[in-house]
Design a protein around this ligand. Sequence first.
Ligand code: FMN
Length: 184
Amino acid sequence: MNMAGRIESLQLIEAACWQELAEATSGPGHDWHHLVLATVAGRHAEARVVVLREVDIGARELIFFTDSRSPKVEQMRAHPEATLVAWSASRMWQLRLVVRCTVLTDGLEVSSRWARLKLSPSARDYLSPLPPGTPVDRYLPDRSSREHFAVVNAQVDSIDWLELHADGHRRARFDPQGARWLQP
Ligand SMILES: Cc1cc2nc3c(=O)[nH]c(=O)nc-3n(C[C@H](O)[C@H](O)[C@H](O)COP(=O)(O)O)c2cc1C
């Protein structure tokens, strides 16, 4: 690293992106703990915030959780390609990750995570008696005994990295064709 502390090599920039993503799973103190997930919803795009739960650097996979009845699940099933957007104000880095999503609602990958999560306050997010987005007259605190917990596996196909810097912005793409610089 030189250029006043900026990482120079594409290989090290890609590795730093993955390292930051892995660290972001530890909690909301990291800028990338919350990502924006954009999906295709018929003829338009939908976007919302999700929590980054797990990262497998070797497999290039990110995991987040959702309610299996939420509209995004249907959207990802119909159109698995999605984009995750992250912005780090401390690094001044934007990431745009093109991913292929798989929604899991049963099996060991779901039950093992639910077994851990159900003991935490976050469990209530998956215990609502009504599907997310259902119109209601008032706030309904009732919980159902049945969980609607889903694990989403986002396989990263490509990373578009943008760094803002007073000495000049930089941008690069990392995908199966390799790593290369782009005009910001
Ligand atoms: C800080 C924050 C974190 C959130 N984390 C999640 C999450 O991890 N999973 C999730 O399904 N929704 C999460 N949500 C709610 C979604 O942004 C969204 O409102 C909800 O899932 C319904 O989305 P949909 O109608 O597009 O399916 C979060 C919202 C906020 C504000």
